[in-house]
Design a protein around this ligand. Sequence first.
Ligand code: SF4
Length: 345
Amino acid sequence: MALLSVEDLTVQFYTDRGVLRAVDGLSYEIERGETLGIVGESGAGKTVTSLALLRLLEDGEIVDGSIRFDGQDVLECSPAELRRLRGNRVAMVFQDSQSAFNPVYTVGEQIAEGVRAHEDVSRREARERAIDLLARVDVAAPASRYTDYPHEFSGGMLQRAAIAMALAGDPDLLICDEPTTGIDVTVQAQLLELLAELASEDGLAIQLVTHDLGVVAECCDRVVVLYAGAAVECAPVESLFYEPSHPYTAGLLASIPRLGDDRDRLPQLPGSIPDLVDRPTGCRFHPRCPYAEAICRTREPTLESVDGDDSSGGPGGDRQPAHRAACHAYTGDLEGDLEYEVRVL
Ligand code: SF4
């Protein structure tokens, strides 16, 4: 059984202009120890999905679908069950680590408080655990950094401390929302290495939300590509980079600069994500798709296997997880062929 199973998740916001469907029938699973990347442009529904998992949406409403964590129906949890789930089983790390800490308390005290919120331990034990957690996330001289305030940490170090705080409840799933955005490239690489270590050594499952395909390539096992609230491609990371099977993914990959690139200009996807209050009919990507045909404007494609394998798979399974894309090309409904000119990473 998958650790996390999201099925047909649909989230709506109610605006002055009408109903905005931010997440539309999204399904995916995460296995224990697996790192799943959720990738897409701003407004694709990535953060809304993460918040919905823990029922942290302030204005939005989950109007359809199910979320099961380790067999437990999250949408049916009582407030007490939700409190146990948050932090103890599932923890979140956001892009802005400053906001995770109160500036008037030391970083160490706040992590120790996190430990005490989840476990009945003495202050002294909590302090020791907090120092161990700072060491676990590679903060140098953790005992002396314990008494430093958030403003005394660099951006990268504070992000590590935010991860330490998230680990205080010993969760099974860590949701990281754009954890490396705004951090310089070398520190970014160290953070990604840390996340990969947490997954492989501690068996932590990670949902990594990002707009950066380089981050995905670095540490994800599988990827869900979101476009305008729906999954348009789901694949093991290598298949996604070597055989992108949706024009949107292909466009994203083609627009990444590479070493030795001799292109004068990087290709870019025309247009932008559609207005989610007034979404295009048929395939939600058709206004931007260079391969669109008449059927694309009227019928919405569903996720179909692109390699004949229908298993959802996961790490440790005998079969490779299925590579699926939501494009009429995979139901034989397009007249032309999709031939992408994509140079892989
Ligand atoms: Fe493009 Fe049509 Fe495929 Fe949508 S269904 S991605 S418009 S070819």
